[in-house]
Design a protein around this ligand. Sequence first.
Ligand code: PTJ
Length: 248
Amino acid sequence: MIDIPDDHPRAESLRTRHKIIDGMHKKIVAEAGLIAHGRGEAFDYLIGEKTHDFAIKAIKAAAAMFYLAELPIISVNGNVAVLCPKEMVRFSKEAGIAMEINLFYRSDDRIDAIKNELDKYDPGLILGIDKEHSRMIDEISSLRRVVDKRGIYSADVVFVPLEDGDRTIGLKKNNKKIITVDLNPMSRTSITADITIVDNIIRVFPLLEKEFLAINSKQQASNILDNYDNDSVLKDALKVISSYWDTS
Ligand code: PTJ
């Protein structure tokens, strides 16, 4: 990876950018994943590259939804696999929620590359690899319709960070609850999901882990969800975006 000087004012952002570029060379990230990342970077800039209260509210609700779920699952794409593999694997193990590789630009090479990346962090069983367990979700027309019977196919709660809209709508038609992470509060995914965490995925997993471990009863989790309103979270995010640089 290119050496980014520590005193560069945008050092962290550049290092993250280069994780995505290196991930593309290793076939973990789709070429279009670079464009998706650029879109995310622009929105992150607009929220000051920090986690706001609206994201914390959504993270608490996501933790509660995971806590109450019968069969939750974390869907993994190429960008997420290079941006925060260690933190995601850690959360998956701490919360006992399996990961499933589910790709828009699906290929056997990319599935292998993503599995190899996750294997560095000693994950549990990774779903979405074994063709014997493949099933189709007819309401999704992209290759993301190919899912694992033990994972997304049977899940009641699906975590779909950084996605482009088609899948959330298809999964909702299948009566699944959707939690997403999307820096763009206006995206189709953000608007359609049950819980939208408007934050950079690189900041989300440690906070999600903390909030998940802080819940110790179903009653507590239900109270959190009863008081959660995704529309108002999205509106709060838009308010911050439109006022952040207004110093008057
Ligand atoms: O790995 P694959 O084959 O499944 O392909 C995945 C990509 C990311 C290429 C695909 O899902 C895609 O094209 O996504 P989009 O349509 O660009 O949407 C991605 C959404 O995620 C956009 O709304 C971005 O603003 C947002 N986003 C990008 N990077 C981040 C992000 N949100 C949170 N954290 C980020 N780091």
